[in-house]
Design a protein around this ligand. Structure first.
Ligand SMILES: *Cc1c(COP(=O)(O)O)cnc(C)c1O
Length: 452
């Protein structure tokens, strides 16, 4: 096959898959899962052919995918993929750019620079901030916490780049007691030591309680969050951040999905967030860009660039070159999908996407409440936490819904008891899919109760 025919074949199969996105089972059935043994081949000595390789991937891989790029998937906070982003990604893949800097790709550097400006604009964060387009909120947090620690040590007269941590003044890390597991991972990787990390107590909604905020000073990094992963709640930024600022602490905000509420009529949930020093968010969750694309934002652009600098003697670039603000050196241009999403949706389209999901979540909560389910959270944004009368019923109802193959959602533990965690994050989800979810839950609950 020629290169052109092979790529056309890839596109044809991709289109066939996308056409079935709406009907696809949200989680593959057992036949599809059993089919995955087809991949357990020995490494071939001689190549097995390009078209056949693609065929195998499609024949056994496609049926065993999770249809998170469909309308009936409510698990985790996994968005679908906007067509404008999918198309731009395809073109950028053909470019195959190493998007390190202007030198390796003028086109990518130019587009990502605009994407950075637009992200700060739509999220209304300090326009002078540095913006890195990396693989995940996890790596964004690693970058931001690294910049935070290096900066606080620098203020204390310690050269971190030269002397590292041995003998350095101690930098304390204060995390919300409801911090996401990946923020803890970042803390662990950076050597803060979980026994040394201080927890900021939270209230019943999972928000840091300002009245019980641990002591902060100029050698403290405080991590808050916009969008608690179960309740979708926001820390009280306008009460806490000025206190942290006054104490000379660095405030970082994990807003992996929740930061996007700032681009909608739910903006007041984020009031005061602009006073922080750094922020992370994802494109691949609520903005519905492709995996893996995320954003690290640091008010002090130089602090981020000096921390993440990877200029080699043979390769110097500006402070806003992406290789100097992200963990990656060679990288694909993750900012292009974000640019395509923002350009094709515009301010109004982004707001409409976020607001629609929030409205659906409120509707879903109302329907479930009036059908006798226990809706636990206040439903601030797109997350709905639900349980049945007993833990056993909660588990059995979820299993019955999953077995029906109509929809998929995950479980969480909230205050020591299991709960459904329903997240509305896909642009493909319409009100009819919310109704379908409600029906599936009501039917499963009736079946479970009848079987008792
Ligand atoms: C998903 C999530 C993260 C981690 O984001 P990744 O892009 O998956 O690394 C961090 N915090 C919160 C609140 C999240 O929901």
């Amino acid at each position: 096959m020629t290169e052109e025919d092979l790529l056309a074949e890839g596109d044809r199969r991709a289109l066939t898959y996308i056409r079935s996105a709406t009907e696809r089972r949200p989680f593959p059935d057992n036949d599809a899962l059993n089919g995955l043994v087809a991949f357990n081949e020995p490494l071939p000595n001689q190549g097995l052919g390009e078209a056949e390789t693609l065929e195998l991937l499609d024949r056994f891989g496609s049926p065993a995918t999770v249809a998170s790029n469909g309308p009936r998937y409510f698990g985790f906070v996994i968005g679908a993929l906007l067509p404008a982003v999918a198309a731009a990604d395809r073109l950028a893949l053909a470019w195959d750019q190493c998007a390190s800097s202007h030198d390796t790709s003028p086109a990518c550097a130019a587009v990502e620079k605009v994407a950075a400006r637009w992200v700060l604009d739509i999220l209304d964060l300090p326009r002078e901030s540095g913006v890195g387009f990396g693989t995940s909120a996890t790596t964004g947090t690693i970058a931001c916490l690294s910049a935070a620690r290096r900066t606080l040590l620098g203020r204390a007269g310690w050269n971190f780049d030269r002397h590292g941590l041995a003998g350095a003044p101690e930098i304390r890390l204060v995390l919300s007691a409801a911090a996401h597991i990946t923020v803890k991972k970042a803390a662990r990787l950076l050597g803060f030591g979980m026994a040394h990390v201080v927890e900021a107590p939270v209230d019943n909604h999972g928000r840091v309680d300002p009245a019980r905020l641990p002591a902060l000073d100029e050698s403290t990094i405080l991590c808050l969050q916009a969008g608690e992963v179960n309740t979708g709640e926001y820390d009280p930024f306008k009460e806490i951040i000025p206190v942290a600022h006054e104490a000379g602490a660095w405030t970082h905000v994990d807003g992996a999905f929740g930061l996007w509420a700032r681009a909608s009529n739910r903006r007041s949930l984020t009031t005061g967030i602009e006073g922080a020093d750094s922020w992370t968010t994802d494109g691949h969750k609520w903005l519905n860009t492709s995996y893996d694309s995320a954003i690290a934002i640091c008010r002090d652009a130089n602090a981020l660039a000096q921390t993440m600098n990877s200029d080699a003697v043979y390769f110097n670039a500006s402070n806003d070159a992406q290789k100097n603000v992200t963990l990656e050196f060679s990288r694909r241009p993750r900012g292009i999908g974000i640019w395509a999403a923002l350009r094709s949706l515009g301010r109004e389209g982004v707001a409409a996407l976020i607001e629609r999901h929030c409205d659906y979540a409120t509707h879903l909560a109302d329907r479930l409440r009036s059908s006798g389910f226990d809706v636990i959270n206040r439903v601030a944004i797109n997350q709905v936490l639900v349980r049945c009368e007993t833990n056993e019923q909660t588990l059995a109802v979820r299993q019955a819904v999953l077995d029906s193959g109509r929809t998929w959602f995950g479980l969480t533990q909230w205050q020591g008891r299991p709960a459904f965690r329903l997240s509305i994050s896909s642009w493909r989800t319409g009100i009819e899919h919310i109704e379908l979810l409600v029906e599936a839950l009501i039917e499963a609950r009736a079946a479970v109760q009848a079987a008792r």
